[in-house]
Design a binder for this molecule. Structure first.
Ligand SMILES: [Zn+2]
Length: 320
């Protein structure tokens, strides 16, 4: 047997018997878990109801936490029905974050958290509410994130919750939040400058549902919508035809050149209103949901920026 043959035989032995044996031995030693995964420390987990809240959580918690979101981009929080996969996700969480003020229809996020015995924080806590009249009853408008200063309050609430659960890393959460709050301040100043291109008389924002009340209050717009504060009204339909007639009249007399649809709501009704009123659809605004990953609206700041560009583009010029 020459050297070559010995080597080949040894190699075959190693490949077929020694290697698998070593691998099995290693797996037994590690309890079936690969070594690399074993050395990773277990991350804390937060489950958020909406895409905006998930973005705020990522800004505060960075990669130190696993941040998951129940709603996918484009899904509607008012009408969402939870699934068993949501319940499984929440069962593994250290913290749940909800918007509050009934944005989540029938309190679905709170119920998921309570069923799993997981602490839940209401991010809207501490915000000055915008009151809306709904069939003679005063309710709080839950779409508060549309003002960057309100978004800052969401961030502060999330910061507090993170510190409470993981005080050891307080300085890191604080540092990230501080950096992001500066960005939110800059966003507010940028919006103020951008909307100045629209004359005050034409600052009328006509969209599907009352999502933009806080934005309108902050930047001197009038909000006009055919549906109430929840998209559930659109499905129920009670009183909607009368409201639609009023909105049609309001569009005709407002002098606005464009009205807008929302990414998380079927655009059919708004397209019909635009045709009847003789105006154009100025574009699709992010309202209750941010954009999908990889789009310009995939973050809160991106979503606000794209919305403002769309609104300015639609309303800055005269009706043609
Ligand atoms: Zn809404």
């Amino acid at each position: 047997m020459n050297t070559w043959n010995i080597d080949r035989a040894t190699r075959r032995l190693f490949r077929h018997q020694v290697c698998p044996g070593l691998l099995i031995g290693l797996l037994i030693l590690c309890g079936g878990v690969p070594l690399a995964a074993q050395s990773e420390p277990e991350k804390k987990r937060v489950v958020c109801s909406t895409t905006q809240i998930a973005d705020f959580a990522r800004q505060v918690m960075g990669d130190q936490w696993q941040v998951d979101c129940v709603l996918a981009a484009g899904q509607d929080p008012h009408t969402y029905q939870t699934t068993t996969a949501d319940a499984r996700l929440v069962a593994k969480a250290d913290l749940c974050l909800e918007n509050g003020w009934h944005l989540e229809g029938n309190e679905w996020m709170r119920k998921l958290a309570e069923n799993a015995g997981c602490p839940v924080v209401t991010c809207i806590r501490g915000i000055e509410p915008l009151e809306i009249d709904e069939e003679g009853q005063t309710v709080y408008d839950p779409h508060a994130w549309f003002r960057p200063d309100n978004a800052a309050q969401y961030v502060r609430n999330i910061l507090q919750a993170a510190i409470q659960i993981d005080p050891e890393n307080q300085w890191q959460y604080q540092a990230r939040a501080e950096c992001y709050l500066l960005e939110l301040g800059a966003l507010h100043r940028w919006i103020q400058r951008a909307v100045n291109r629209i004359p005050l008389a034409r600052r009328k924002l006509i969209t599907n549902h009352d999502a933009f009340g806080y934005f309108c209050a902050a930047y001197q717009f009038e909000a006009i919508t055919p549906v109430g504060w929840s998209t559930r009204d659109e499905i129920g339909g009670g009183g909607t035809i009368q409201r639609q007639r009023e909105v049609l009249e309001a569009i005709r007399s407002s002098g606005v050149p464009a009205i807008f649809v929302e990414t998380s709501i079927n655009p059919r009704m708004m397209k019909q209103l635009a045709d009847e009123a003789g105006v154009v659809i100025g574009g699709s605004l992010y309202s209750d949901s941010m954009g999908a990953e990889g789009t310009a609206g995939a973050t809160y700041i991106g979503m606000m920026r794209e919305n403002v560009l769309m609104i300015v583009g639609g309303l800055a010029k005269d009706r043609s």
